[in-house]
Design a protein around this ligand. Structure first.
Ligand code: AMP
Length: 217
């Protein structure tokens, strides 16, 4: 199964991609995670990407297309993959089409998560993650069961993303509206876009995603 998860920052793509990954035994490919790892590694590309990401702007198409092109050939993608945060521009979507055609692969579905902008700002402004395992939490909506201790791995160190600040968030939402939203008609025309209400609870959204992917009875 090959899927794209589409939606603005804070829509829940990462959270839901993890669940889809577990359910369908496919790889979760988050360009945001890959770029953050590159930034941490201190490589030249990583350092350049880190500066762009901190402002909330999009890194050049060629960089992310190159990363994905290499990554989909990995063994863990044999069963398929979920693209989380890619493509984000029409040029990236076209490059993905060409790449998949070259590899003899096909997209099964594009799943859009819809969330109001006010709600997105609230979600982004409160989120933090375990440094050790990456499990995500939220100041108001999802605290660890024991304060200061990660539910998943017992880690006690947490961090917030550098681009989850008010100024960068506004730029990220603008980038979504102007550069990523045009992908919706692009995939709708091809009959593979399914829109899911991302305003309901995390479990309800997961249920709706699974239902959208179930073969018709
Ligand atoms: P995310 O973790 O998906 O919210 O992405 C965080 C940041 O990484 C974005 O604001 C961009 O700066 C960069 N980024 C991630 N994916 C892409 C992409 N497909 N194209 C361009 N920039 C990206």
């Amino acid at each position: 199964m090959r899927l794209i998860l589409l939606g603005p920052p804070g829509a829940g793509k990462g959270t839901q991609a993890e669940r889809l990954q577990a359910r369908f035994a496919v790889a979760q490919l988050s360009t945001g995670d890959m770029l953050r790892a590159a930034a941490k590694s201190g490589s030249e590309v990583g350092r350049q990407a880190a500066r762009i990401m901190a402002r909330g702007e999009l890194v050049p198409d060629a960089v992310v297309v190159g990363i994905i092109d290499e990554r989909v050939d990995s063994a863990d993608c044999r069963n398929g993959f979920i693209l989380d945060g890619f493509p984000r521009t029409i040029a990236q979507a076209q490059a993905l089409d060409a790449m998949l055609a070259r590899k003899g692969l096909k997209l099964d579905a594009v799943l859009e998560l819809t969330v109001d902008e006010e709600e997105l700002v609230d979600r982004i402004s409160g989120r933090f993650a375990c440094v050790k395992c990456g499990a995500g939490y939220h100041d108001r909506h999802l605290q660890p069961k024991v304060a200061g201790v990660c539910d998943r791995c017992g880690g006690t160190e947490f961090s917030r993303r550098a681009d989850d600040n008010a100024v960068a968030v506004r730029t990220r939402l603008k980038a979504f509206r102007e550069q990523t939203a045009p992908l919706l008609p692009y995939y709708r025309q091809r009959g593979i876009l399914r829109s899911i209400d991302g305003m309901t609870g995390i479990d309800q959204v997961t249920k709706a995603l699974f239902a959208a992917l179930a073969p018709p009875a």
